[in-house]
Design a protein around this ligand. Structure first.
Ligand code: GLN
Length: 319
């Protein structure tokens, strides 16, 4: 067993859970009504180890849209299908040092990385346009949803249509990013701009819960093989690239500090979800809607800092 004294371990997790529950900092995202309505009290923690041990506490079965947590996953799919050479002709590997939706490209006039909106929109364009271009938007959506389900151990992933419609309505900045990238010829040839944008909003609007997202994390922690189904969903070299960029770019403008203090690949989303990967050990999903001023879940970040103070999970522990 990867965690031999699992009960003792989960006692600690429970303890940290209650400690973070008292944290009432932060505000729930309010740019669309469906997120604004989320209770600030929701708080869930789920764990799935690389050998399939599971633990959940709190609001772990309540559905939420995965938002930016979809970005490392669509990036992984693009890498797996197109290879890193093709993907990185279109998007870089550098933290932007700016907001996730900042109207900015790197010195090559490419998006800085796939974990911010500009890069993720381009990854969606690659998946839509370059991978099996004959597929309709509907077929491509099914195909991508099926991939998310395989990451989650063949459990059902949902889609929140109200969030999708609201995202598309409240997307001035994302359209601005799209047009700016189109001006600079960032998109692959033959891209249908509107379909690429819709596909990006759809990926943000996929819906799941803590319990299942922890399995997605475990599939990444396990090099792309889902520990529950033993299905090979991603190649290890794709997962390596995904984790590298989660490590350097996954936490918005807190990424450098998070890499320093916590030292684990992670990706946060505006719904308050936080996907954390401990390579070869476990996937963790933390979910609590109140966000700090940088956009990360307050309870989620506190949980991670507490976790590495008790266990040597920081990637540079054990030197
Ligand atoms: N739907 C959001 C957007 O594109 C996702 C961003 C996020 O989770 N930070 O603005």
């Amino acid at each position: 067993l990867i965690i031999p004294e699992f009960q003792e371990f989960t006692d600690h997790i429970e303890d940290i859970y209650w400690k973070c529950k008292d944290n009432t900092n932060g505000t729930v995202a309010s740019y669309i009504p469906q997120l604004k309505r989320m209770s600030p009290n929701y708080w869930g923690v789920s764990i799935c180890t690389c050998d399939g041990q599971r633990y959940s506490i709190g609001d772990t079965a309540i559905p939420f849209t995965i938002q930016s947590c979809s970005k490392p996953l669509t990036y992984g799919l693009a890498l797996d299908l197109l290879g890193d050479k093709v993907v990185h002709k279109f998007v870089g590997q550098e933290p932007s040092g700016r907001n996730f939706n900042e109207l900015i490209l790197d010195y090559n006039k490419k998006p800085h990385n796939p974990m911010i909106n500009a890069g993720a929109i381009l990854i969606c364009a690659l998946l839509k346009t370059t991978v099996a271009p004959e597929m309709t938007l509907a077929e491509k959506f099914d195909f991508t949803m099926n991939y998310f389900e395989r990451l989650a151990g063949r459990e059902d992933i949902g889609f929140n249509n109200a969030v999708f419609l609201s995202e598309r309505e409240a997307a001035d900045r994302n359209y601005a990013l799209g047009f700016y990238m189109r001006e600079h010829k960032c998109f692959p040839d033959n891209s249908n701009f509107k379909e690429c944008m819709d596909f990006y909003f759809q990926c943000c609007s996929l819906e799941s819960n803590c319990d299942l997202v922890s399995v997605i994390g475990a599939t990444l922690a396990n090099g792309g093989i889902c520990p529950l189904t033993e299905e090979k969903v991603l190649k290890p070299e794709s997962v390596r690239d995904v984790l590298s960029l989660m490590h350097s770019c996954g936490m918005y403008d807190y990424s450098g500090q998070f890499a320093f203090k916590v030292g684990l690949p992670a990706k946060s989303g505006v719904s308050g979800c936080l996907l954390v990967v401990i390579p070869n050990v476990m996937g963790i999903c933390l979910w609590s809607p109140p966000l700090d001023h940088l956009g990360n879940s307050c309870r989620g970040v506190q949980f991670c800092e507490e976790l590495v103070s008790r266990f040597n999970f920081h990637r540079f522990d054990n030197l």
